[in-house]
Design a protein around this ligand. Structure first.
Ligand SMILES: NC(=O)c1ccc[n+]([C@@H]2O[C@H](COP(=O)([O-])OP(=O)(O)OC[C@H]3O[C@@H](n4cnc5c(N)ncnc54)[C@H](O)[C@@H]3O)[C@@H](O)[C@H]2O)c1
Length: 278
């Protein structure tokens, strides 16, 4: 069981949702926190809440994880002031759901820049120092159900989230010799800022209904934060938040024909639920 007190922990996406809840929960456990988000105001509120309850935020900075230079400068300051990290939690992300024919090049680019390059920038800038320190550690990346299953309407989102599962699996084996554990967390529906910010290229009235349905089925970000902490403590590789997703993933691996039927049904259902009628 990994002890978390006094560990130096970086969390991206700490201004809202899962990142914020994880930062607050890890602050309560006595972790020394390094927090980032593109939303400076939200980040300030998270820092105030943690500091107000006696938690320690060593450094917080607002920047875009998709900007390599900004990540490198932040890593330089963290390393110069505090040494290498013990734990890195990659949370920042955005979502866009669409049919491919309704997407522009910039739609692909913006999701890949945040969800994939954002995580890669963090790994590039922080993990080599963890390796060289020889102290071991833990890297957690938040993927999604869409990182395990090619969900209809999720083409770019699922692409980035599948890549995060692949990167995590490679690092799991590559970093083992350095005593750095790797985890990938795949949440289903979570009631966070993402529910409002997700861009859906469909019928406005239908997508509003879909958001309401999503919220009804969603779990809280605090529950996901608890799962992230248990995953680190137990050194688990893969964590899935809900039973239905575990079942679908199981079917994909062990009973593909049934999985295929479920996916065809889901595809028709999402088309009916989201697509503009012409
Ligand atoms: N909410 C869900 O249902 C759900 C399900 C599966 C996976 N996820 C994943 O969980 C992660 C956290 O999302 P959330 O649900 O807490 O949403 P959220 O919108 O509440 O939080 C995401 C945070 O990332 C930050 N962010 C966005 N773009 C950024 C950028 N370019 N640079 C730095 N920070 C940036 C946002 O400002 C925000 O604070 C995401 O990676 C998301 O894909 C969410």
């Amino acid at each position: 069981m990994r002890e978390l007190k006094d560990k130096k922990v970086l969390i991206t996406g700490a201004a809202s949702g899962i990142g914020r809840a994880t930062a607050i929960a890890m602050g309560k456990l006595g972790c020394r926190l390094f927090l980032t988000d593109i939303n400076g105001e939200g980040l300030k509120k998270t820092v105030e809440e943690i500091s107000g309850t006696g938690g320690v935020v060593c450094l917080a900075r607002a920047f875009d994880v998709g900007n390599y230079q900004a990540m490198a400068e932040f890593a330089g300051d963290v390393h110069a002031g505090f040494g290498s990290l013990d734990i890195m939690v990659n949370v920042a992300g955005i979502a866009l759901f669409s049919q491919i024919e309704d997407m522009s090049h910039s739609d692909w680019e913006k999701v890949i820049t945040v969800n994939l390059w954002g995580v890669i920038h963090g790994l590039e800038c922080f993990v080599p120092a963890m390796v060289h320190s020889g102290r071991g550690g833990h890297i957690v990346t938040i993927s999604s159900t869409a990182g395990l299953i090619g969900l209809p309407w999720h083409v770019v989102y699922a692409g980035t989230k599948h890549a995060l599962v692949g990167i995590s699996e490679c690092l799991r084996y590559d970093l083992r010799k350095h005593k750095i554990d790797v985890s990938v967390v795949c949440p289903g529906a979570v009631n966070t800022g993402l529910v409002k910010s997700v861009e859906i290229h469909g019928d406005k009235e239908k997508t509003d209904k879909a958001r309401t349905y999503f919220i009804k089925r969603a779990i809280t970000p605090e529950k996901v934060a608890g799962l992230i902490i248990r995953t680190i403590r137990k050194r688990k590789f893969l964590a899935i938040t809900s039973f239905d997703i575990k079942l679908l993933f199981f079917l994909k691996k062990y009973c593909f024909p049934l999985y295929h039927l479920v996916m065809l049904t889901l595809s028709r259902f999402l088309d009916q639920s989201l697509k503009k009628t012409v």
